[in-house]
Design a protein around this ligand. Structure first.
Ligand SMILES: [Zn+2]
Length: 243
């Protein structure tokens, strides 16, 4: 019965994916037409550039589940899947990291120096010129295990960040988490990179590593691709309508 439910879910999920892909192709076409009509030299596929930040890395594992699954690996897997979707659409992607290595000089003697360099280099990429938006991927953790679901934080420095966060919230809840009631939150100084990013920028906490069921989903390659796909569709819609 459980297997039947799972395959039914898979069939429905792929039907939804195909429908979303058709909508996306129309949106990309619309965006290209809109930009060309505006006599802009650039085209959507030729000039768009997105920064994807896989949170943590290396000696900084980030949050950890009770059974020892580190946030950094899930962040990287979702970021790489997201990168693949964008690149398939001809959209340029810059990654803060594409392996377990963080940014910055890792030969520095102290952890605080290495962390400072990592943040400095990530922020430089976040604030690079001609970047359309920055997507930072993280996972949440709380003291109680029952909480689950994605939450999107947005930078206070560019009003487009809040709009982008809302596209992502709607996409994740619509495709994957219909019961998720979490609202987007404006980042404060506690989230250094968002607070100092000048490009449109969001941080997606995809789920809670303190929740065993959600941790199992987040560690699953198919679910990682589904989360990435939900974010991808949201960003494409944002770029077509708001950029
Ligand atoms: Zn994190």
């Amino acid at each position: 019965m459980e297997k039947l439910k799972q395959s039914l879910f898979n069939i429905i999920f792929y039907i939804v994916i195909i429908a979303v892909i058709i909508c996306l192709m129309l949106l990309v076409l619309f965006a290209v037409m809109k930009i060309n009509v505006a006599a802009d030299e650039s085209t959507f596929s030729g000039s768009a550039c997105i920064v994807i930040d896989a949170g943590h890395g290396g000696e900084d594992g980030g949050a950890e589940s009770a059974d020892g699954i580190a946030e950094k690996g899930i962040n990287l897997a979702i970021s790489q899947a997201l990168r693949d979707y964008f690149e398939l659409s001809g959209i340029k992607v810059l990654m803060t990291r594409d392996s377990d290595m963080p940014m910055g000089d890792q030969s520095l003697p102290t952890l605080s120096e290495r962390t400072r360099e990592d943040f400095k280099e990530r922020l430089a990429l976040f604030n690079k010129e001609n970047v359309d938006c920055v997507i930072s991927i993280h996972q949440n953790k709380f003291t109680e295990p029952q909480y689950s679901g994605a939450q999107v934080f947005y930078s206070p420095n560019d009003e487009k960040s809040a709009a982008l966060a809302e596209y992502i919230r709607k996409s994740i809840t619509g495709l994957l988490q219909p019961d998720n009631q979490r609202q987007n939150k404006k980042a404060d100084s506690g989230i250094y990179l968002l607070n100092n990013c000048t490009n449109p920028c969001v941080l997606v906490e995809c789920g809670f590593l303190s929740n065993p069921e959600e941790t199992a989903r987040l560690a699953d390659e198919n679910y990682q691709k589904q989360i990435a796909f939900a974010i991808y569709t949201a960003v494409v819609e944002y770029m077509a309508k708001e950029n």
